[in-house]
Design a protein around this ligand. Structure first.
Ligand SMILES: [Zn+2]
Ligand SMILES: [Zn+2]
Length: 345
């Protein structure tokens, strides 16, 4: 089968490899129909993280069940599905307590096991979820990042009527805007440095958009007719992790979703907001809870089926897998603008 395999820094190859085969009675093999590039993929492509040389890359996907092991009962051949790409041990204390996102040996396919930038991918039955009929494959390729964002929102103490600010309007931020609405926000403030992303943010439910390169963020926040209850950091950028602390009201919450790929520095005055304003800073990792893989996944599928999670405006490119090497190169070296990129193997 065709696949995209990572060999070294910026060395991604489109090549022929063997199809996965059933080796355990709970294995499910899926014919991949759509698979997305995640921010963590571009970071691994640039710097390598956990990976094995030549490993098939990618972890966000949807597809059709092609083969099942002898003990699989929840899905059958021909079912439309998506996969939770996180593999946990189900044995450590955290797993026993249902806190699967804290599993001591959590990893995601595409790093230590073959991923989904391929025609076929294999997962355990417990990681495979059936799609509602109304959810198309491209939308379903974004179930995983949506579950990751939902996981963070479940950790907040948001109540209906809250005001949420989202800093960074990449895929994660654009999902956060929609999850904020689903969790009952009456106002959503979107902040980015790119007008194009802010336009998408507005389409997806942000009612106040701020371009922080042109406008004085602090001044604008002070003049808003409402206080910010929850500020979401969804860029993982040096330029957002400090400023996001200045956004919430006293006693408010900061939800950290973005993963920084460099050391963080911030002004003392920004850090001091945590203390002086008695902020509750919430870290969130992956998107897992009990029963595995968790309500993050079932609620994502539900809100995708109702249209309250709208993925189409986030997708800028639907490409063939063979365009993978040049697409990663263009993306990482900023040769042109991309929003979410989907490959159709
Ligand atoms: Zn991802
Ligand atoms: Zn575990």
């Amino acid at each position: 089968m065709k696949s995209l395999n990572l060999y070294d820094i910026e060395d991604l190859r489109y090549e022929e490899i063997d199809k996965p085969v059933i080796t355990s009675p709970t294995d499910v093999i899926i014919r991949v129909k759509a698979t997305g590039i995640c921010g963590s993929d571009t970071s691994r492509y640039k710097k390598l993280g956990p990976y094995q040389e030549g490993m098939t890359f990618g972890h966000e996907f949807s597809g059709i069940v092609a083969d099942v092991g002898s003990q699989v009962t929840s899905v059958s051949v021909g079912d439309r599905v998506t996969g939770c790409p996180a593999i946990v041990c189900h044995k450590c204390t955290h797993c026993e307590q249902g806190n699967y996102s804290r599993c001591e040996s959590l990893y995601v396919i595409g790093s230590l096991e073959p991923g989904c930038f391929a025609e076929y991918v294999k997962l355990p039955e417990s990681n495979v979820l059936r799609l509602p009929d109304t959810v198309d494959f491209n939308t379903a390729a974004m179930v995983e990042p949506s579950a990751v964002v939902a996981h963070g929102f479940y950790k907040t103490s948001m109540e209906p009527g809250a005001t949420v600010a989202v800093m960074g309007c990449g895929s994660i931020g654009l999902l956060a805007i929609q999850w904020a609405r689903i969790f009952g926000a009456s106002h959503v403030v979107a902040i980015d440095i790119d007008d194009h992303k802010l336009d998408i943010a507005r389409t997806l439910g942000a009612d106040y958009c701020i371009n922080s390169t042109r406008e004085n963020l602090g001044k604008i926040i002070d003049t808003l007719p409402y206080h910010i209850d929850v500020a979401v950091e969804s860029a993982g950028a040096l330029s957002t992790i400090g400023p996001v602390l200045t956004l919430p009201k006293k006693g408010g919450e900061v939800l950290l979703l973005g993963i920084p790929y460099a050391d963080i520095q911030m002004a003392r005055i920004q850090f001091e907001k945590i203390l002086r304003n008695e902020l509750n800073v919430i870290g969130s990792w992956n998107g897992l809870s009990a029963p595995f893989p968790g309500k993050e996944w079932s609620s994502t599928l539900h809100y995708m089926s109702t249209g309250e999670l709208d993925i189409k405006p986030i997708i800028s490119d639907v490409l063939s897998l063979k365009n993978g090497p040049e697409t990663f190169d263009a993306l990482v070296n900023k040769k042109r603008h991309f929003d979410k990129v989907i490959f159709t193997p």
